[in-house]
Design a protein around this ligand. Structure first.
Ligand SMILES: *Cc1c(COP(=O)(O)O)cnc(C)c1O
Length: 398
């Protein structure tokens, strides 16, 4: 059953932090140390027996990183969280920690490109098999489960670049019908402000904190949160692989997360306004945004999310060069990959993600030459709308 977690600005500011901090500081201290000392040899036993709360070595823990983890766990309504040096470090460590030879994974086809690559190519080398299913095909997903062998269902919501939204309640109902299957959701595009998969019964949730949580395009980080026993298994393996978050980056993540609710509120509002505006433009052929009534997953998004996010994808009425002319004419969004920061970014997936493919190969992977992905920052909504309007006139000239 869904239990509503009260996630708001207060939680984003205060959760995970002690009220009384070292040196009476308001801001969380950056504990920049690689190792920790013991006053006497007797203290070592107290540490290993769990009688005192302390750290031993930087690869196993850091107080600044721990504060970031507790804040992110609180925002997602999760029992625990573990942070990593990047989103991909969080995802790959989780998969390596939970899977072994002979295990099987069911994954939706529109997962993040590098996640897909890791599951299909790398895990295969370690004897883990994967079956890919189309987004929205719940019968196909259940049919792909091999009872006794399938350990994980991996999905993303919303996805890139078409913003497909997975019905989390349905996915949980499916995985609950089989023993030993856990559900792992990449919720990066939603943030804990718009969607909290743990509330729906999802076992593990990941975010690339590089995106909205950090929020300022100035750090790389990842997090996995969810059931304490699973997070502990992943954390143990992080200590082996060593892909820990640096305390300086953890501080930036804490600072960024404090304003998450404000930023995402603006990004939700601008996202919806931009999607509605683009829908009305004669030189825009199709708009992909879960907040639009015509989006295939609008009903699910409405039931499951409290905002539709700051990414809008759309097809313009132009070829590859004409699309580039429109993108180049934008004065506020800068051209670049990534999303979720305070600066708006725009890009053609064909040119950034699929640059090395031939036009024929691009068609085969469904990379459309006239597709644009716009990741909204926190600039004024009206300024963005005005900028898009003037950039669209570049299409008339192209
Ligand atoms: C960016 C991203 C990742 C990878 O995160 P990094 O921090 O770049 O390693 C994973 N999943 C999604 C949905 C992303 O957008």
């Amino acid at each position: 059953m869904r239990k509503e977690v009260k996630v708001n600005g207060t939680r984003a500011v205060h959760a995970g932090e002690r009220r009384a901090k070292a040196h009476h500081a308001v801001a969380h201290p950056i504990v920049a140390t690689a190792t920790y000392t013991f006053e006497t040899s007797a203290g070592i036993g107290d540490h290993f027996e769990g009688r005192v709360e302390r750290n031993e070595y930087g690869r196993y823990g850091n107080p600044t990183v721990r504060a970031a983890e507790l804040k992110l766990a609180a925002l997602d309504g999760a029992e625990d969280a573990a942070c990593f040096s990047s989103g991909m470090a969080a995802i790959t460590t989780t998969l390596l920690a939970l899977l072994g030879q002979g295990d099987h994974v069911v994954m939706t086809r529109d997962c993040y490109r590098r996640t897909r690559q890791f599951v299909i190519k790398t895990l295969a080398r370690y004897g883990v098999e994967a079956t890919l299913v189309d987004p929205g095909d719940y019968a196909g997903l259940e049919g792909a489960i091999r009872p006794g062998r399938t350990r994980l269902i991996v999905a993303e919501s919303p996805t890139n670049p078409y913003l497909r939204v997975a019905d989390l309640e349905r996915l949980v109902a499916i995985k609950d019908r089989y023993d030993g299957v856990s559900l792992f959701i990449d919720s990066t595009f939603a943030t804990p402000i718009n969607q909290r998969p743990v509330e729906w019964g999802v076992d593990l949730v990941t975010h690339s904190c590089t995106k909205y949580l950090g929020g300022h395009n100035d750090l790389l980080a990842g997090v996995v949160c969810g059931r304490a026993a699973l997070v502990e298994q992943v954390r143990e393996f992080r200590g082996v692989l060593g892909c820990v978050l640096d305390p300086h980056a953890a501080y930036l993540l804490i600072r960024g997360t404090k304003t998450l609710e404000l930023r995402v509120g603006r990004q939700n509002a601008t996202g919806l306004a931009v999607a509605r505006f683009l829908e009305q433009q004669p030189r825009v052929k199709e708009v992909f945004y879960p907040g639009l009534e015509g989006h295939p997953d609008h009903a699910v998004a409405k039931a499951q999310m409290s905002g539709f996010g700051g990414v809008v994808s759309f097809l313009v009425d132009a070829d590859l060069d004409g699309t580039s002319a429109f993108v180049d004419a934008c004065r506020i969004p800068q051209i670049g990959p990534s999303l979720g920061g305070v600066e708006s970014l725009i890009m053609q997936p064909t040119l950034i993600s699929f640059y090395h493919l031939t036009p024929q190969q691009r068609r085969e992977v469904g990379a459309r030459d006239n597709l644009v992905r716009l990741s909204l920052g926190i600039e004024d909504t009206q300024d963005i709308l005005d900028d898009l309007a003037q950039a669209l006139t570049a299409l008339e000239r192209a």
